[in-house]
Every structure is written in structure tokens, then in C-alpha cells.
Design a protein around this ligand. Structure first.
Ligand SMILES: Cc1cc2nc3c(=O)[nH]c(=O)nc-3n(C[C@H](O)[C@H](O)[C@H](O)COP(=O)(O)OP(=O)(O)OC[C@H]3O[C@@H](n4cnc5c(N)ncnc54)[C@H](O)[C@@H]3O)c2cc1C
Length: 464
């Protein structure tokens, strides 16, 4: 790894892979960094290593990644797997851990393509062994072929829930139930968005196909569930939820939860980019222009890290940002840049037609986001409960950072990735300050755990 590159891309998912290929094909010196051992990102994880049989069970969308990864491998872009980015400054200095060593590199242009993570929605019992994010379940399946035992329950909301249940069925797992928070109100609010969504009907037909297969396999499917709770002494023994006015209980030792995904904004926050609360997607997103340019010159953001758009949109956005980088580096003039990006822009616009429908349909109930149960652990790292956060607010600590200092929530190894949104919702609820006006946790490096030895290796002359 060199100390300087023309372009550094963080994240080897569809956005980063597409961008790196375009930039390298135009002669740019590109370094693509990713903490995973192989390219593909979340959606095409382990695509090169997955045996054909497993790839087929994961479905045709998964196999689409083969071409993207092969084209990237054939480009001249330098690829650094197992490389974590732990800091990014507005001056485009990038702190990385590469081959166990911390080092700083820099770039004329930086493209953040670090994707999304699953929205954490705390509820009583969600920290019990046996309760897992659906995304984590899918990572185990894609990466190692590991699936849960029969009787698994999936709960929450979002397309990934149905997809994973369908993938488990294909892998021969008996799925006990899929419990969704989608209510009748969601359907009514989503209906006006349906005509536009039908223009990209393959997403909808796919979803209906998953549902049909699950029904035929005898999986219990319930919509409009509320107040999900997980129970057990040492580990998960059962779950309970409210449905149509009464409380139900199911015995299971394995619960996969999913409440949609949210942009991974830790790096863009650390760099100091502007962000705003996106009401429809229920998350903070960076302010971006139509090329993915952030509020800081030379830092661009593409893919789900800039706002949730899905894998195909991420690919187009990556290419569009790469054309802008080529312009910024003086390789393409403005006219050429616009022309090159035109096709991706057209496809991306078409692909995004489904989003307003999905956002209305899979909207998470605000009542769940506010974490109503005082005994629910919000900060898993420091074990801070919703009740403790509410007490801190009642004692006068009325913004997220004050709550953080007072309770230590957000100060553990995940640096607030898991609890920052829930804290913000609780603060907004208790103080009546709308989320869009509220402060978020201040993000400071290191964003990933760094050992003292690794930190000291940055200053070899001073550690004699
Ligand atoms: C758990 C999970 C599972 C998903 N499964 C599916 C699916 O099966 N089908 C589907 O259509 N969509 C799925 N999605 C949505 C899907 O991820 C996106 O739409 C698509 O992958 C976005 O592409 P991207 O390039 O923006 O980011 P990603 O594909 O998420 O790629 C981002 C990459 O950045 C890397 N990265 C992040 N932070 C750092 C850092 N600090 N240092 C180094 N590397 C870093 C990550 O390792 C990752 O490889 C999933 C999302 C999640 C969160």
C-alpha cells in the first residue's frame, strides 16, 4: 500500500466495485479498501467462494454479483481486503489498519461506498443469545453455509425478512413464522405509490413470489404485529407479540430480527460532512449533490451509505460518482462527464421508482423506535437501558451528547452505531424537539477498535 493515491474508495460492495472499475479503466490510480476478506459487499458477500449449490439457493439476484466482481478483478484497481478504515478527515487523510498495522494514507479524491447496516430497534430480550439480526443470519449463510435449526422465527419489517425466510426454505430449514409490523395503515399509505412502483414490477413480483412460497410451505405469516418481546433465562426460549388486540406466544430458540437498513454514516460524520434527517427513510443521510458530492470538496459518497437505494442503484451511483472523480481529476471535461453518466442516471431513476412504495409499506412504527419499555437495553456495549436514558433526560441532560456523557451509552466498542438512533428517538420524544433539529452523537476516531500497539506504530521514531 502506498502513502498516496489519486482515488481511494472505501467499500467493495456494488457501489465501490463499479466506481473502482470505471476509474481504473480511465487510468486513475485507485485503491479500494474493504474490511471484508473478499469483494462483493453485503449483497454479494462471498460470491467468489460460495459453492454453486449455495449460490443457487441464494437466488438469481445474488448471482448477478459474479460479473461485477470479475470485471473489477480484471481492472487495474489495487484492492486491499481485510483493511479497516478507522478515520477520515476533511483533508482526505485516511487512517487504516492493514496487515495488523495502523497507518495513514491520503488521496486527491475519496469515495465513501461503505453501505448500510441494519437499523437497531431495541426491545425487551433482544440481547439474549438466540436473537440475531436477519442480516447476520444471512452473512452466516452466504459466507459459511450456516443456517439455524428448524423452528426459526423471523420478525420485524423490510424486504430482507421475506428474502431470508425464502432462502432458508430453499436451504431446507423449517421456518416457523414470519411476523411483520406492516399494518393496514401502511398498505393504505403505500397504495398511491403503487402505480410508479409497478413500472419496476420485478421487485414486487419477486416479493409476492417469496410470500407465496412461504404460504405454500405452511409458514405462519402475520402482519401488523406490535410489542415484540424475547424471553428466556440464559438464552432465547420463546417470543411474544401483540396481534389483533391479543398477546401471542411462540416457543423458539432462534429469532432473526430486521427493521430495515440505515446508511452507515460514521465515516462521513467523522469527516465533518453535512447530514440531515430523512423522514421517509427514517434515518440520517449525508447532504449530496446529484454526483454524490458531499459538502466537503473531494469527498463523494455513493451507494447505500448516501441513502438507501438498493444494490442496483448503488452500482449506478458508484459509476456516476466515478465519472465526477474523472472530471475533478481533469480527465473528463464537463460535457464528457455528463454524457458518460447519462445511461446510469436513466437506469438509476427507473430503479428508484420502487422506493417511495417500499418506504411507506415497510415504515417502522414510531412507537417501536421510541423504545417504550424501560427495561429494554439500548446500548448493548455499556448495558444502558431505555429507563436510564429517560431518567438522564428527566435530570436535565436533554441532548444526545449529554445523555452519552451522563450514562456512557455510545462509548463502547461500536462507538454508538447500535444505539445512537434509539437515543435520538427517546430524546426527541421526551423533549419534543423534532429529530431533524436534534443533535447526534459526536463521532471521533478511532471509529473501529484500535490497539495501543497499532496506534503507536503510526509513530515509529517515537516508540524506541
Ligand atoms: C446485512 C445486510 C444484508 C443485505 N442483504 C441483501 C441482499 O441479500 N439482497 C439485497 O438486494 N440487498 C441486501 N442488502 C442491502 C444491500 O446491502 C445494498 O443495497 C447494497 O449492497 C448496497 O451496496 P453498497 O455498495 O452501497 O454497500 P455494501 O454492499 O454494503 O458494501 C459496503 C462495503 O463497505 C465495507 N466497509 C464499511 N465500513 C468500512 C470501513 N470502516 N472500513 C473498511 N470497509 C468498510 C463493508 O465491509 C462492505 O463490504 C443487505 C444489507 C445489509 C446491511
Amino acid at each position: 500500500m502506498k502513502d498516496q493515491y489519486q482515488l481511494v474508495i472505501i467499500g467493495a460492495g456494488p457501489a465501490g466495485l463499479a466506481a473502482a472499475t470505471v476509474a481504473a479503466d480511465h487510468g486513475v490510480e485507485v485503491a479500494l479498501l474493504d474490511e471484508q476478506p473478499a469483494p462483493g459487499g453485503q449483497v454479494f458477500r462471498a460470491i467468489e467462494a460460495a459453492p454453486v449449490e449455495r449460490a443457487e439457493k441464494l437466488g438469481p439476484e445474488y448471482r448477478r454479483g459474479e460479473k461485477l466482481v470479475t470485471t473489477f478483478r480484471n481492472s487495474s484497481a489495487r484492492y486491499f481486503p481485510d483493511t479497516q478504515v478507522w478515520s477520515l478527515s476533511a483533508q482526505r487523510e485516511i487512517g487504516v489498519i492493514h496487515q495488523q498495522q495502523a497507518r495513514m494514507i491520503s488521496a486527491e479524491q475519496v469515495l465513501i461506498a461503505n453501505g448500510a447496516f441494519e437499523r437497531p430497534v431495541p426491545f425487551p430480550g433482544w440481547t439474549l443469545p438466540g436473537v440475531m439480526n436477519a442480516g447476520a443470519g444471512q452473512i452466516l449463510f452466504k459466507g459459511s453455509g450456516i443456517v439455524p435449526s428448524d423452528g426459526v422465527v423471523l420478525a420485524g419489517s423490510g424486504p430482507l425478512l421475506l428474502l431470508l425466510a425464502w432462502q432458508y426454505l430453499r436451504a431446507g430449514v423449517k421456518v416457523k413464522a414470519v411476523l411483520d409490523t406492516i399494518s393496514r395503515v401502511n398498505y393504505i399509505k403505500a397504495l398511491p405509490k403503487l402505480p410508479s412502483a409497478l413500472l419496476v414490477h420485478h421487485h414486487i413480483t419477486q416479493g409476492l413470489r417469496y410470500q407465496q412460497t412461504l404460504k405454500l410451505a405452511g409458514v405462519e405469516l402475520h402482519n401488523g404485529i406490535r410489542d415484540l418481546q424475547a424471553h428466556g433465562k440464559e438464552s432465547l426460549e420463546s417470543i411474544s407479540y401483540r396481534h389483533k388486540g391479543s398477546r401471542h406466544r411462540l416457543r423458539t430458540d432462534s429469532l432473526m430480527i430486521h427493521f430495515g437498513i440505515t446508511p452507515n454514516i460514521h465515516l462521513s460524520q467523522a469527516a465533518g460532512c453535512e447530514h440531515f434527517w430523512h423522514k421517509r427513510q427514517q434515518c440520517w443521510r449525508p447532504e449530496l449533490d446529484k454526483w454524490g458530492g458531499s459538502s466537503i470538496e473531494g469527498i463523494l459518497i455513493a451507494g447505500d451509505g448516501g441513502g438507501i437505494g438498493g444494490a442496483r442503484t448503488a452500482e449506478h451511483a458508484g459509476r456516476i460518482s466515478a465519472f465526477k472523480v474523472l472530471h475533478n481529476l481533469g480527465i473528463l471535461n464537463q460535457r464528457e462527464c455528463k454524457l458518460e453518466a447519462a445511461q446510469d442516471r436513466k437506469w438509476m431513476k427507473a430503479d428508484l421508482r420502487i422506493r417511495p412504495f417500499l418506504e411507506k409499506l415497510f415504515r417502522i412504527p414510531d412507537s417501536m423506535l421510541r423504545v417504550p419499555h424501560d427495561n429494554a437495553i439500548v446500548c448493548r456495549c455499556e448495558e444502558v437501558t431505555a429507563g436510564e436514558i429517560r431518567s438522564a433526560i428527566a435530570a436535565g441532560h436533554t441532548d444526545s451528547n449529554q445523555v452519552k456523557f451522563y450514562t456512557r451509552c455510545g462509548m463502547g466498542p461500536c462507538q454508538g452505531r447500535q444505539c445512537s438512533q434509539a437515543v435520538a428517538h427517546i430524546v426527541a420524544d421526551k423533549t419534543s424537539v423534532p429529530l431533524q433539529q436534534s443533535t447526534q452523537f459526536r463521532v471521533r476516531p478511532p471509529l473501529k477498535p484500535l490497539t495501543l500497539e497499532q496506534l503507536a506504530s503510526l509513530y515509529p521514531d517515537e516508540t524506541e
